[in-house]
Design a protein around this ligand. Structure first.
Ligand code: DQA
Length: 146
Protein backbone atom coordinates (compact mmCIF):
# COMPACT_ATOMS: atom_id res chain seq x y z
CA UNK A 1 0.00 0.00 0.00
CA UNK A 2 1.00 3.56 -0.51
CA UNK A 3 1.64 6.14 2.25
CA UNK A 4 1.67 9.85 1.49
CA UNK A 5 4.44 11.91 3.13
CA UNK A 6 3.28 15.49 3.10
CA UNK A 7 5.43 18.47 4.08
CA UNK A 8 4.26 22.04 4.38
CA UNK A 9 5.90 25.47 4.15
CA UNK A 10 9.63 26.01 4.56
CA UNK A 11 10.37 22.30 4.98
CA UNK A 12 12.07 22.43 1.57
CA UNK A 13 14.74 24.42 3.47
CA UNK A 14 15.58 21.56 5.85
CA UNK A 15 19.32 21.19 6.32
CA UNK A 16 20.03 24.89 5.99
CA UNK A 17 17.09 26.32 7.96
CA UNK A 18 17.75 26.85 11.70
CA UNK A 19 19.86 23.67 12.04
CA UNK A 20 19.88 24.03 15.85
CA UNK A 21 16.11 23.61 15.75
CA UNK A 22 15.61 21.22 12.83
CA UNK A 23 18.97 19.44 12.39
CA UNK A 24 21.29 18.97 9.43
CA UNK A 25 19.22 16.55 7.35
CA UNK A 26 17.70 17.80 4.09
CA UNK A 27 14.18 17.12 2.83
CA UNK A 28 15.74 14.61 0.41
CA UNK A 29 17.23 12.81 3.45
CA UNK A 30 13.79 12.77 5.11
CA UNK A 31 12.24 11.34 1.96
CA UNK A 32 14.95 8.66 1.70
CA UNK A 33 14.33 7.72 5.35
CA UNK A 34 10.59 7.46 4.67
CA UNK A 35 11.13 5.34 1.55
CA UNK A 36 13.44 3.00 3.47
CA UNK A 37 11.08 2.73 6.45
CA UNK A 38 8.05 2.04 4.28
CA UNK A 39 9.95 -0.55 2.25
CA UNK A 40 10.88 -2.57 5.34
CA UNK A 41 7.16 -2.64 6.22
CA UNK A 42 6.13 -3.71 2.72
CA UNK A 43 4.74 -0.32 1.75
CA UNK A 44 5.77 2.51 -0.57
CA UNK A 45 5.70 6.27 -0.13
CA UNK A 46 4.74 9.22 -2.26
CA UNK A 47 6.40 12.46 -1.11
CA UNK A 48 4.94 15.92 -1.66
CA UNK A 49 6.04 19.29 -0.30
CA UNK A 50 4.42 22.65 -0.88
CA UNK A 51 4.68 26.15 0.52
CA UNK A 52 1.07 26.77 -0.53
CA UNK A 53 -1.91 25.97 1.67
CA UNK A 54 -4.24 25.34 -1.30
CA UNK A 55 -1.83 22.87 -2.89
CA UNK A 56 -1.68 20.92 0.39
CA UNK A 57 -5.48 20.92 0.58
CA UNK A 58 -5.77 19.66 -3.02
CA UNK A 59 -3.29 16.88 -2.19
CA UNK A 60 -5.31 15.89 0.90
CA UNK A 61 -8.49 15.72 -1.22
CA UNK A 62 -6.70 13.51 -3.77
CA UNK A 63 -5.29 11.32 -0.98
CA UNK A 64 -8.71 11.04 0.65
CA UNK A 65 -10.13 9.61 -2.58
CA UNK A 66 -7.21 7.16 -2.90
CA UNK A 67 -7.79 6.11 0.72
CA UNK A 68 -11.50 5.54 0.07
CA UNK A 69 -10.55 3.44 -2.97
CA UNK A 70 -8.29 1.28 -0.77
CA UNK A 71 -5.12 2.44 -2.53
CA UNK A 72 -3.58 4.56 0.22
CA UNK A 73 -3.07 3.78 3.90
CA UNK A 74 -2.95 7.40 5.02
CA UNK A 75 -0.60 10.34 5.33
CA UNK A 76 2.29 11.43 7.49
CA UNK A 77 1.99 15.20 7.60
CA UNK A 78 4.26 17.95 8.84
CA UNK A 79 2.14 21.04 8.20
CA UNK A 80 4.93 23.45 9.28
CA UNK A 81 3.59 26.81 10.42
CA UNK A 82 0.14 26.04 8.91
CA UNK A 83 -0.25 23.74 11.93
CA UNK A 84 -0.88 26.79 14.06
CA UNK A 85 -3.05 28.78 11.64
CA UNK A 86 -5.01 26.63 9.23
CA UNK A 87 -8.67 25.87 9.85
CA UNK A 88 -8.75 24.94 6.15
CA UNK A 89 -6.28 22.05 6.63
CA UNK A 90 -8.28 20.90 9.67
CA UNK A 91 -11.45 20.89 7.54
CA UNK A 92 -9.73 19.10 4.63
CA UNK A 93 -8.54 16.24 6.85
CA UNK A 94 -11.91 16.02 8.62
CA UNK A 95 -13.88 16.28 5.39
CA UNK A 96 -11.96 13.54 3.57
CA UNK A 97 -11.57 11.16 6.50
CA UNK A 98 -7.92 10.69 5.53
CA UNK A 99 -5.95 9.05 8.39
CA UNK A 100 -3.17 11.53 9.17
CA UNK A 101 -0.28 11.24 11.59
CA UNK A 102 0.98 14.74 12.40
CA UNK A 103 4.75 15.10 12.73
CA UNK A 104 6.92 17.89 14.07
CA UNK A 105 10.68 17.67 14.02
CA UNK A 106 11.06 20.07 16.95
CA UNK A 107 9.22 19.92 20.25
CA UNK A 108 6.72 22.66 19.50
CA UNK A 109 5.52 22.61 23.13
CA UNK A 110 8.95 23.67 24.36
CA UNK A 111 8.99 26.63 21.98
CA UNK A 112 7.04 29.91 21.59
CA UNK A 113 3.45 29.93 22.87
CA UNK A 114 2.07 30.44 19.35
CA UNK A 115 3.39 26.96 18.44
CA UNK A 116 1.54 25.22 21.29
CA UNK A 117 -1.80 25.06 19.52
CA UNK A 118 -2.40 22.80 16.52
CA UNK A 119 -5.47 22.90 14.28
CA UNK A 120 -4.38 19.54 12.87
CA UNK A 121 -4.04 17.50 16.10
CA UNK A 122 -7.81 17.19 16.78
CA UNK A 123 -8.30 15.54 13.36
CA UNK A 124 -5.08 13.46 13.39
CA UNK A 125 -5.02 9.78 14.35
CA UNK A 126 -1.72 10.44 16.16
CA UNK A 127 0.99 13.01 16.73
CA UNK A 128 4.79 12.63 16.89
CA UNK A 129 6.60 15.65 18.26
CA UNK A 130 10.20 16.56 19.02
CA UNK A 131 12.03 13.41 17.96
CA UNK A 132 13.81 14.94 14.98
CA UNK A 133 13.42 13.42 11.54
CA UNK A 134 13.07 9.95 13.15
CA UNK A 135 9.54 11.12 13.92
CA UNK A 136 8.65 10.54 10.24
CA UNK A 137 9.82 6.91 10.49
CA UNK A 138 7.84 6.41 13.71
CA UNK A 139 4.76 7.96 12.13
CA UNK A 140 5.00 5.57 9.15
CA UNK A 141 5.30 2.64 11.56
CA UNK A 142 2.28 3.94 13.45
CA UNK A 143 0.21 4.22 10.29
CA UNK A 144 1.29 0.78 9.13
CA UNK A 145 0.41 -0.97 12.39
CA UNK A 146 -2.85 0.73 13.37
C1 DQA B 1 7.60 22.38 12.59
C2 DQA B 1 7.22 23.27 13.77
C3 DQA B 1 6.44 24.47 13.31
O1 DQA B 1 6.10 25.29 14.41
C4 DQA B 1 7.27 25.30 12.34
O2 DQA B 1 6.53 26.38 11.86
C5 DQA B 1 7.80 24.47 11.22
C6 DQA B 1 8.35 23.16 11.52
C7 DQA B 1 8.50 21.20 13.02
O3 DQA B 1 8.65 20.27 12.25
O4 DQA B 1 9.08 21.23 14.14
O5 DQA B 1 7.88 24.93 10.09
O6 DQA B 1 6.43 21.82 12.03
Amino acid sequence: MKILVLNGPNLNLLGTREPDQYGQASLADVQALCEQTAKTLGHEVECFQSNHEGALIDKIHEAGKAHQAGLLLGAVFNPGAFTHTSVALHDAIKGTGLPVVEVHISNVHAREAFRHHSYVSPVAVGVVVGLGIQGYALAIQGLATR
